[in-house]
Ligand binder design. Structure first.
Ligand SMILES: Nc1ncnc2c1ncn2[C@@H]1O[C@H](COP(=O)(O)OP(=O)(O)OP(=O)(O)O)[C@@H](O)[C@H]1O
Length: 334
């Protein structure tokens, strides 16, 4: 659906070139919710703004539904942009216009008649749950309501793609959940492909299918969210995941401080809910000392890890580890 090939973006600063995006390539499948996560300054905003050419790429290609949008002239680009809705962290609503008028705007620009506009806006108000706010001005709405207006406006022309630029960053956790639920519904019911940038790993965990990790203008890892939680590859991904665990810090376990064998067990899917460790203790003559652990509920599954110290005879410990592996648990001796 979206194919990004060797994309680079340079911001000219006098004679100097600041490379905000450096030779980035990835693809997004139709109907996918694709996250791009990174710390501040990683290049996320620049990257997502290149996808609809709000920012002009310096090098590379962006192919959407077979059309190279980097090769389009202004008129062709305007037409193509109808397929690409966008929402922003600070909503970008027009403060002098009501909810109704904000949502109607792209329809007016597309040249629709009053009657058609009225029926489409009503449909959208219903869809985002804001029927009773049609005459309210943005200043009379909560953050979550403003984002719903922005989402309705982005959907007005029936786009195929929705770009989300930190859409939940200004919202509290409960409102964030409700907006993410709405985005998921939009993907499932309307079949949109969603690309979202965020610095919140919670957002990735709750809604994304796959994620790209950005660092200094480069993508350092692309992974399914399940794999990301199960086996993060990059340092940045590991740091994001451990930042989720506010109560236990995996990083603080120092194996040398323990006499037994310290192992990290990774569970996912149904395994995260089975009493595999308890079975292991009953089956083998070993003691198990739990040092750290966490289970995360991902959108479609669970993933978790447990760091344990296994104490006992070498042969028993090895047999216990073999048993865990036979139960499809990843075992990493630390
Ligand atoms: N218009 C611009 N002119 C010059 N440099 C820019 C411009 N926009 C972004 N940059 C630089 O490009 C790099 C990437 O910025 P970008 O805003 O894309 O990062 P980000 O990951 O979205 O960060 P944040 O989450 O803080 O917005 C930064 O070093 C930034 O200073």
């Amino acid at each position: 659906m979206i194919e990004v090939q060797n994309l680079s973006k340079c911001f000219q600063n006098g004679n100097e070139c600041i490379w905000a995006i450096k030779n980035v390539s990835f693809h997004v499948n139709r109907g996918e919710i694709f996250g791009i996560i990174g710390l501040s300054g990683a290049g996320k905003s620049t990257l997502i703004r290149c996808l609809n050419r709000l920012e002009e790429p310096t090098q590379g290609k962006i192919i959407i539904d077979g059309v190279d949008i980097t090769a389009l002239d202004k008129r062709e680009l305007r037409a193509k942009r109808k397929d690409i809705g966008m929402i922003f962290q600070h909503f970008n609503l027009l403060s002098q216009k009501t909810t109704y008028e904000n949502i109607a705007l792209p329809l007016e620009l597309a040249g629709l008649g009053k009657k058609e506009i009225n029926s489409r806006v009503n449909e959208l108000l219903e869809y985002v749950g804001l029927r009773d706010k049609r005459n309210a001005y943005p200043s009379q709405l909560s953050g979550g309501q403003k984002q719903r207006v922005a989402i309705a406006r982005a959907l007005a022309n029936n786009p195929k793609i929705l770009l989300s630029d930190e859409a939940t960053s200004a919202l509290d956790p409960k409102t964030t959940k409700s907006i993410l639920e709405l985005l998921n519904r939009i993907r499932n019911e309307l079949g949109l492909t969603i690309v979202m940038i965020t610095h919140q790993i919670e957002v990735v965990k709750d809604i994304c299918d796959r994620v790209a990790i950005m660092e200094n203008g480069e993508i350092v890892e692309i992974n399914t969210v399940e794999e990301l939680f199960r086996r993060p590859k990059s340092k940045t991904a590991k740091a994001f995941i451990s930042s989720l665990k506010s109560d236990v810090q995996e990083e603080f376990v120092i194996p040398e401080e323990f006499n037994g064998r310290v192992v990290r067990l990774s569970f996912w899917g149904d395994n995260a809910k089975k009493p595999i460790v308890s079975h292991m203790i009953k089956k083998f003559n070993i003691d198990v000392n739990i040092l750290s652990g966490n289970i995360s509920q991902l959108m479609s599954t669970s993933a978790g890890y447990l760091i344990v110290e296994l104490v006992g005879e070498d042969g028993e410990i090895q047999a216990a580890i073999d048993y865990l592996k036979s139960q499809d648990v990843d075992v990493e001796v630390m």
